[in-house]
Each structure stands twice: as C-alpha cells, then as structure tokens.
Design a protein around this ligand. Structure first.
Ligand SMILES: C[S@@+](CC[C@H](N)C(=O)[O-])C[C@H]1O[C@@H](n2cnc3c(N)ncnc32)[C@H](O)[C@@H]1O
Length: 280
C-alpha cells in the first residue's frame, strides 16, 4: 500500500474499501506509517489543518499504552492475559511485545474489525504461540467473546482488557456504556480495564473545548463518519463501576510519566484522557 496506484489493486484483493478512510490506517499515518490510501490522507490532512500536532497525540497514546501494559505485566501486578480490543495496525511496541518483555509467557489476544488490520496486521501481531488475532466488532461483546481466539483466555483468572483510543470512534447510539458493562461483567475479580478516550474539557479548558468541537465535526464529516469527544463524566461512566487506580482519569502525559517533562504538551495532546481501573 502507500501508493494509490498500487494500493487500489492490493486493497481490492484484500476486500478493503479503498474509497473510505479507515481509522486504523489514519492512526497509522499519525504514527508515521506508510500503509494508506487517498481517502485516509484526506482525513489526515483535514485534522492536521486544525491540530498540526496530531502526530504527538498518537505517540502519547502509544507511550501511555506501553506504560499501562508494562505496569500490568510487571512484577507488581503480574497479569499474564491481555485482551487488546481495537488493536490497530502493528507498530512499535505492540501490546504483546511490551507484555512479553515483562512476562515471557503472557497471552495477548488482539481484536479489530478493520479489513486492513485483518489482511496485513494479523501475521505480524500473531508473532508467537502466545499471541492471537480475531476479527470482530467491539460493539457486540457476546459475539466478540465467543470467537475462538478470545475464548482461549482463562476467564477464571485476571485479564487486562484494553480499549486504547477505540471508544471515541463509537457513536452514542451503539451504547458504549451499556456494552462496556457487558465486558466488565465477564471479567473475573482481579482484572483490569484500561481506557484512553478523546476528551472535551468544557469549561475546564475553554480553548480545548473549542478545538474538541472543531475536531469532532471534522472527523464526523469525513468519510469515516465517526468521532466523539466526550466529557470527563461520560468517559468515567465507561469504567462501569470499577475502581480507578491512581492517579485516576487524567491527561495521558500525567498518567505515571516516565520522567520529568521536557517539553510543553500541545493543546490537542491534552484532549485525551486515560485511566486504569481494577475489578475487586
Ligand atoms: C485509533 S486506532 C487505535 C489502535 C490501538 N488501540 C492503539 O491505541 O494504538 C482505533 C482502532 O479501533 C478499531 N475499531 C474501531 N471501531 C471498531 C469496532 N467497532 N470493532 C473493532 N475494532 C474497532 C479500528 O479499526 C482501529 O484499529
């Protein structure tokens, strides 16, 4: 992919709708990836026109995910089962790489409903016997959990469920609070849920509120057609009664940063919150 002429042919054979942007490919562009079509580049450019630091957002999301997975797989918590929903295209520091660096036998099941991820990502994500990939729609938890790949997780032992930068692509009509309850109910005691989600800060950060409204409109008017900047209360509701661990639901760079801050966080980078919660 990456070249429109060749890409159209490759996409057609893989059953990919090349005329419509895919968030998996657009996000990959923000991370510096080259696997995209003209429709993806159009969305990327319309977002960059308002928020030129979009690449920093994608990188801070991946850094946050790395810190969360390292913490969970490491000695302090010791989780060895990860369900990464909306995995995206393989990139640097994929969940299984971080988890298995800290816990060699950690099992990681990736799920995504994107045709490009299924066609090109599967082989890279299923790198060893402990990593698996399933194609499924996260809006239907019962179907997703019934896939053979997810069903191989042991639901009698703690699992880390990851929804990193996924739920803001889900419209309210799909009832994300309702289906997240379904996932949380299925998790055994001792499990964790990690969510990062675009944030509309409202009065807490008025210039951020204006940018969130503008960005949401651009995402929704794009060929992708989805995108929601939710309030802090709306994002907190997705944790379905779990106990948020310190420092709670915060801007990503404030969630256990690795060291002193060496640069100013851009406004758009502040428009996403992350939290990790525990099921007692
Ligand atoms: C912004 S990317 C995030 C990728 C990865 N989680 C990360 O944080 O780097 C969002 C991912 O969610 C996936 N996604 C969006 N809606 C989905 C759905 N209804 N079911 C499954 N996956 C979905 C997209 O295909 C895409 O790969």
């Amino acid at each position: 992919m990456g070249n429109e002429g060749d890409a159209a042919g490759v996409g057609a054979t893989a059953g990919i709708d090349t005329g419509k942007a895919s968030i998996a490919r657009v996000y990959d562009m923000f991370l510096g990836g080259k696997d995209n079509f003209a429709a993806d580049r159009e969305v990327y450019e319309t977002i960059q026109a308002v928020a030129p630091q979009g690449d920093e957002v994608a990188k801070s999301i991946r850094r946050w995910l790395t810190r969360v997975v390292r913490h969970l797989a490491g000695f302090e918590v010791g989780i060895d089962q990860f369900l990464d929903i909306g995995s995206g295209l393989p990139t640097v520091d994929n969940t299984h790489e971080v988890a298995q660096r800290n816990h060699a036998e950690a099992t990681v099941v990736y799920v995504d409903n994107d045709a490009t991820v299924a066609a090109y990502g599967r082989a890279l994500l299923e790198e060893n016997d402990h990593t698996h990939f399933a194609t499924s729609d996260l809006r239907d938890p019962a179907a997703l959990m019934a896939t053979p790949q997810v069903a191989r997780l042991d639901f009698d032992r703690p699992i880390a469920l990851i929804q990193c930068a996924t739920l803001h692509h889900i419209d309210d009509e799909a009832d994300p609070v309702g289906f997240m309850e379904h996932y949380v109910d299925a998790l055994p005691s001792g499990s964790y849920l990690a969510i990062s989600h675009w944030w509309d800060p409202g009065d807490e950060l008025p210039e951020g509120h204006l940018m969130a409204r503008e960005l949401e409109q651009r995402w929704r008017e794009s060929s992708m057609g989805t995108g929601r900047y939710r309030t802090r209360a709306e994002i907190a509701a997705l944790f379905a009664g779990l106990e948020l661990v310190e420092p709670g639901l915060v801007e990503l760079n404030d969630w256990w940063p690795e060291g002193p801050r060496m640069r100013e966080t851009s406004l758009v980078e502040r428009l996403i919150l992350g939290g990790l919660a525990y099921k007692p």
